[in-house]
Design a protein around this ligand. Structure first.
Ligand SMILES: [Fe+2]
Length: 546
């Protein structure tokens, strides 16, 4: 069965293709349109479809729209109630419902040849849940979806047995941990539905001074759900203007909400475990990108293992919707092979791009050794290899790499990317060396947990140690990421450090680099020293390995 999954309703539009239960391709529209998050999550934009990513998924598999058996659309307009009856203040929400209802016609128009009758609706949180449990390496698991909102709910707790979901709890709107965090993000002067991870980073600089107020407002209800009372943010701290400096008060508010979120999520996880007794928990939904909360669930929660969908935000519902339909119609689902499900180019194509751009380049005998030498020499490297990542994390396919041993590389990379200086940069580490240096859930191939850095290592890799002594690591397994592992091994031989700085290859406000043109534009406009485009190396300084 050929199932095309589509996410279009709020933001992070994306497409995914599942054929006979195998995940063949998945990509976010922003990587094609070059507009971060694809669109703003307003009702007016709900008609916009992931046209470019959907067309690419089909092309990648050599299919045309008429070859698709089912299109899974990850929002079911039949489940929506009028916004005011759900306690939401959105006079335009009915547009969302109308556009979703007309999505079959929109899709048939965007993908000529597609049968509008092939479009089926998958409830938003069922799609999130499937993106976690059906894509995870374990067959059966409990599942938590932690979201801003779906049709009429903001969360789902359930369990999967042999691919079948049993829903055990679903919190109705307006109570929403995701919308709470979005409100806080806006109050602190960041972009709502986009910059929540900045608030999480800011929280590390604060103390939970408003713990009592948060404990009164945000409570689990003992039945798998929770309540979030309206919070008058301005009575706690003044709002921050987007261009103003943040203060201790702002960090304290971020810290207070973050801690309370973690506590409530732990209670939800405990309740779910009491119902299921499962060994493993899988998670998705935008709140499941909160790697600090994930780590507390993994460390302090009752489940032995926690697996989080790397595209935990709404982009992942394209994949989850497709997996849900494929499973429901009898296909046996294969777990997600990795997050590298996007576009790639042949060596010949990459060479043609470089030739067209008229930039001098070399083809070293061993690209891993060459780049390890450049990193040891303290170069910043733009690293473009293989298929691009699905989800918000760069995982060694579209990455900026640097030496972790120099504290100033944090500022240097934040400058390259135009990022706030309070934000940390993350390390990648050889999987078999991770436990020496980092204490936390292992392996961690998708950067969805934070780890404590061993005291003896903090001074050796200062660029990647956050103010609270933690790091959001990516473990690199030689079996699944052989080239990246070779770079780390070669860097370790030269420096004694099996760790390299890894941050996403993009500049401020832009989506991650996806195609070779993006890579050349990014390299050309930033103080990056070396670009590794497949096997080719472009060096700004004319730097060469000794
Ligand atoms: Fe969602």
């Amino acid at each position: 069965m050929r199932v095309l999954g589509v996410n279009a309703i709020f933001h992070d539009p994306a497409a995914a293709l599942v054929i006979d239960g195998e995940i063949v391709a998945a990509a976010e529209e922003e990587r094609f349109s070059r507009r971060k998050h694809g669109k703003r999550p307003v009702a007016f934009s709900s008609w916009e479809l992931p046209e470019l990513s959907a067309a690419w998924c089909l092309k990648h598999a050599g299919l045309t729209p008429s070859d698709i058996d089912v299109v899974a659309y990850s929002y079911d307009p039949r489940l929506v109630r009028p916004a005011d009856s759900m306690g939401l203040d959105d006079p335009w929400d009915h547009l969302r419902t109308m556009y979703a209802s007309r999505a079959p016609e929109f899709l048939a128009n965007a993908l000529p040849g597609l049968d509008a009758g092939s479009v089926t609706y998958v409830p938003h949180h069922v799609a999130h849940a499937a993106s976690a449990s059906l894509a995870a390496p374990m067959r059966d698991s409990s599942v938590l979806v932690l979201d801003g909102r779906g049709e009429a709910c903001s969360h789902l707790a359930g369990s999967y047995r042999d691919g079948e979901l049993k829903v055990l709890a679903a919190q109705g709107l307006p109570h929403s941990l995701g919308l709470l965090y979005e409100e806080l993000t806006e109050h602190l002067g960041f972009l709502r539905s986009s910059d929540e991870y900045k608030v999480m980073a800011l929280a590390s600089y604060g103390t939970p001074r408003f713990a009592r107020e948060m404990a009164e407002a945000i409570r689990s209800t003992g039945d798998g759900g929770f309540e979030v009372a309206p919070i008058e943010w301005s009575t706690l701290t003044k709002p921050r203007e987007a261009t103003a400096e943040w203060t201790t008060e702002h960090a304290d508010l971020a810290c207070s909400v973050q801690r309370r979120l973690e506590e409530v999520l732990l209670e939800l996880a405990c309740w779910l475990y009491e119902q299921t007794g499962d060994r493993a928990l899988t998670m998705a939904g935008g709140v499941a990108l909160n790697c600090v909360a994930n780590s507390r669930i993994a460390r302090e929660g009752p489940f032995e293992e926690v697996w989080v969908q790397p595209a935990a935000g709404d982009a992942g519902t394209a994949l989850g919707g497709a997996l849900h339909v494929a499973q429901a119609r009898g296909d046996r689902i294969s777990p997600m092979p990795g997050a590298d499900l996007g576009r790639e180019w042949s060596d010949d194509d990459l060479q043609a791009w470089l030739t067209t751009a008229k930039v001098p380049f070399t083809r070293p005998a061993d690209i891993a050794e060459e780049i390890a030498a450049a990193l040891a020499h303290d170069c910043v490297v733009a690293w473009f290899q293989g298929r691009s990542e699905y989800g918000p994390r760069a995982l060694g396919h579209r990455s900026l790499l640097a030496h972790p041993g120099y504290a100033r590389n944090l500022e240097r990379l934040n400058d390259v990317k135009g990022r706030e200086q309070f934000r940390p940069i993350a390390p990648m580490v050889l999987a078999e060396r991770a436990s020496e240096i980092f204490d936390g859930p292992l392996p961690s191939p998708y950067m969805l947990f934070v780890h404590d850095v061993a005291p003896a290592w903090r001074e050796r890799i200062p660029a990647v140690v956050h103010v609270d002594g933690t790091a959001r690591i990516q473990t690199v397994d030689r079996a699944t990421e052989p080239l990246m592992a070779q770079v780390l091994e070669a860097f370790d031989r030269r420096t004694g450090l099996p760790v390299v700085v890894n941050t996403s290859l993009n500049t401020a406000g832009r989506p991650m680099v996806d195609d070779p043109r993006d890579a050349l534009e990014c390299f050309g406009s930033t103080p990056v020293d070396v670009l590794a485009l497949g096997p080719f190396v472009v060096s700004r300084k004319g730097w060469q390995a000794a």
